[in-house]
Design a protein around this ligand. Structure first.
Ligand SMILES: Nc1ncnc2c1ncn2[C@@H]1O[C@H](COP(=O)(O)OP(=O)(O)OP(=O)(O)O)[C@@H](O)[C@H]1O
Ligand SMILES: [Mg+2]
Length: 304
């Protein structure tokens, strides 16, 4: 892919605080029109990265390109005009109504009424505009924040943990909204520290661990990057486990021997060894993998 197919690309993006790189050498590649799920545990550097993309935090080193153009002092204003964002907690003045909050944004960005009305309709807040934002539910506050970010009709939306603090119905609502926005041509970068929350909506995933990108690609590529465990049913599971545990980290579960993530050659060798010991091998199969298993695998057992 050439650079213009990426709405955001970074090269070696790094942020150091004190003696620590909290974001290290990040090469983000966010294709146009996708929902990019930016996953990582608390403190892994998601917000810092997003702030660097928005020029709210100055990178220690590395480059940010938006729509193929380097973000510099000269281009910043124009490029940021194409980006809507919601960073950390939802914005909005609690003592004002939803409508008044939208009016603040409208004046600030010099938007017309239609743009504001469209953004409000997109997040389905049109019936709650006269309520004070202080009395909004968390889900409504997040949606108002998204409407504020959307009103300028950006090509890219950067949302930092928009599902934080929401109940399952609220999370589902945000997921559905993000999918709808992407279909409408807006690229969405959305972060979360919870694996399951955005992985189904995201068409691309970037996974951070301690400031470093440990995976970037599609969900299918993520699953392909990890080798599932092998489960063996045989005539003498205790003996098989005893034999194998010398070389592998096997476990015994309800009479089935579990061999963690072996390659095909290893699996064949193990089966041959068991047969050689006079054990009848009834069944050898790969286990189903959950997203959590894949993460465990990628992070060497430490989880995220
Ligand atoms: N201004 C700052 N000065 C010093 N350290 C900072 C600063 N901002 C962030 N950090 C540190 O950088 C690391 C990454 O923080 P960041 O907020 O980017 O993580 P995060 O992935 O967004 O976490 P969370 O899921 O909790 O929001 C943390 O260890 C944090 O303490
Ligand atoms: Mg954060």
């Amino acid at each position: 892919m050439d650079d213009t197919t990426y709405i955001v690309a970074t090269d070696g993006l790094t942020k150091r605080y004190g003696k620590r790189n909290v974001v290290e050498n990040l090469d983000l590649r966010i294709p146009q029109g996708c929902v990019y799920g930016f996953l990582g545990p608390n403190g892994s550097g998601k917000s810092t990265t997003m702030k660097m993309l928005l020029s709210l935090v100055r990178p220690t080193s590395g480059e940010v390109r938006v729509m193929g153009r380097p973000m510099t002092r000269a281009t910043r204003r124009e490029l940021l005009g194409q980006i809507g964002s919601l960073i950390e907690s939802p914005p909005g003045y609690g003592h004002l109504t939803g409508r008044e909050n939208m009016r603040v944004v409208q004046r600030l960005l010099d938007l017309d009424d239609k743009q504001v009305a469209r953004a409000v309709r997109t997040v389905r807040l049109q019936d709650h505009l006269d309520k004070k934002v202080g009395n909004y539910s968390m889900g409504m506050k997040q949606r108002l924040g998204i409407a504020m970010a959307l009103a300028r009709e950006p090509r890219l939306l950067i949302l930092d943990e928009p599902t934080n603090g929401l109940d399952p119905a609220g999370i589902e609502e945000i997921r559905e909204l993000l999918g709808r926005l992407a279909k409408g041509g807006v690229t969405v970068m959305v972060s979360s520290h919870l694996l399951g929350e955005i992985d189904k909506t995201a068409t691309m995933l970037g996974i951070l661990s301690q400031g470093r990108m440990i995976f970037q690609g599609t969900r299918d590529e993520l699953f392909a990057a990890s080798t599932p465990d092998v489960l063996i049913n045989c005539s003498d599971p205790q003996k098989a486990h005893r034999l194998l545990t010398r070389d592998f980290d096997t476990s015994l579960e309800n009479g089935t021997v579990r061999l963690p993530g072996p390659g095909n050659q290893t699996t064949a060798g193990v089966v041959a060894a068991l047969v050689g010991e006079g054990i009848g091998v009834y069944e050898v199969r790969r286990d189903e993998q959950s997203l959590e298993d894949v993460f465990m695998d990628l992070t060497g057992g430490g989880g995220l």
